[in-house]
Design a protein around this ligand. Structure first.
Ligand code: TXA
Ligand code: MG
Length: 326
């Protein structure tokens, strides 16, 4: 199939087609409220293998399994009483790592005895979960290491014919991947990836979180292999500077990305704003689309202002730091 085949829509017929493809062991890109995911039947290793092939993702990087509700979740993972404390964030952008049930293939968990699970909120994803009646493994629908997709067009541009079916659900509301916490240890709660559900929101129900920062790739490989320091990376070099500060020197061809509009900006750079008034939620929503856009233009370097480190701004800065790491 050519990579310009039309997207599937949210019509009943198209979503049934997506569900049928998943039931036959094929992969389908679907919108979620965070980013687009590349989905497959989580209990079918041959189907899951296609995800890794399409993304060029190393097999040691485990996948998130998406389910419709807590009952479906309990068939995949071992739940404990702490789960009821975070269940209020579902359906939504929270992923929890728990001990796995034996039905989950090793390929999904990269051989670990834990599995990452999430109950997504996006109506299209939920309808496909319902129609297929499958738990769906789905990483972000981008080539490994590149910027996550927040529109169907992003999926097409970066995966092309490697992903023959994509459902178009417009642009993703949050624009940044789910928050991941690890509840697999009975007495510890660890934050593996900041995201739209903030540390403050989680600590209000769970108590203090241990924030995991990885000092080496080996370290990262043991915890959450996808948490490599370098990730979400544009092809162009990226340089960051602290919020509100003057940007560093701007070489010719600079794309300068600011968190909010400033009264005066350098005339020799192309300037972009993530938000008019420094709203981090708006900035997160548009970040990946802007990075992709700028990465395709004839710039020499992308220089980006960091966000205010609070709420989703923490997740935004995490993605920016990984994107800038070389
Ligand atoms: O918002 C999201 O979470 C999106 C949408 C599609 O749901 N998915 C997503 O998946 O971001 P992915 O594969 O790009 O990132 C999942 C992360 C990876 O870094 C992986 O290492 C980590 O979750 N992970 C998966 N299973 C794990 C496990 N058992 N233990 C620790 N980390 C795990
Ligand atoms: Mg990803």
């Amino acid at each position: 199939m050519s990579d310009t085949s039309p997207f599937l829509t949210d019509s009943r017929a198209d979503l049934s087609r997506a569900a049928d493809a998943l039931r036959s062991g094929d992969i389908v890109a679907l919108p979620t409220e965070t980013v687009y995911g590349l989905a497959a039947d989580a209990l079918n290793p041959e189907a899951v293998r296609k995800i890794f092939e399409a993304k060029g993702r190393p097999l040691l990087d485990p996948l998130i399994v998406h389910v419709a509700d807590i009952d479906a979740l309990a068939r995949i993972a071992v739940v404990d009483s702490r789960l009821s404390k975070v269940a209020a964030f579902w359906p939504g952008p929270l992923t929890v790592v728990l001990p796995r049930q034996t039905c989950v293939p090793d390929l999904v968990t990269a051989g670990k005895d834990t599995v990452a699970v999430r109950i997504p909120a996006h109506p299209i994803f939920r309808e496909v979960l319902r129609l297929s009646a499958l738990p769906l493994a789905a990483p972000s629908a981008n080539p490994f290491g590149y910027i996550s997709p927040t529109t169907a067009e992003h999926v097409r541009t970066s995966l092309g014919a490697r992903c023959p079916l994509t459902v178009d659900g417009g642009s993703c509301a949050h624009g940044i991947e789910s928050t991941i916490i690890d509840l697999s240890h009975p007495s510890r709660v660890r934050l593996l990836r900041p995201g739209p559900i903030s540390t403050e929101q989680l600590e209000a129900v769970l108590g203090p979180l241990e924030v995991v920062t990885h000092t080496s790739a080996q370290d990262a490989a043991q915890d959450a292999p996808g948490m490599l320091e370098r990730h979400y990376s544009p092809k162009l070099p990226m340089v960051l500077f602290e919020r509100g500060q003057k940007p560093p020197s701007l070489p010719p061809g600079t794309a300068l990305i600011l968190q909010s509009r400033r009264p005066t900006t350098p005339s020799h750079a192309r300037v972009y704003y993530l938000s008019e008034h420094g709203d981090c939620v708006e900035a997160a929503h548009g970040l990946f689309a802007l990075l992709r856009q700028v990465d395709q233009q004839h710039h020499s370097v992308i220089i980006v202002e960091l966000a205010e480190p609070k709420g989703i701004g923490i997740a935004l800065n995490d993605r920016l730091r990984r994107a800038a790491a070389r």
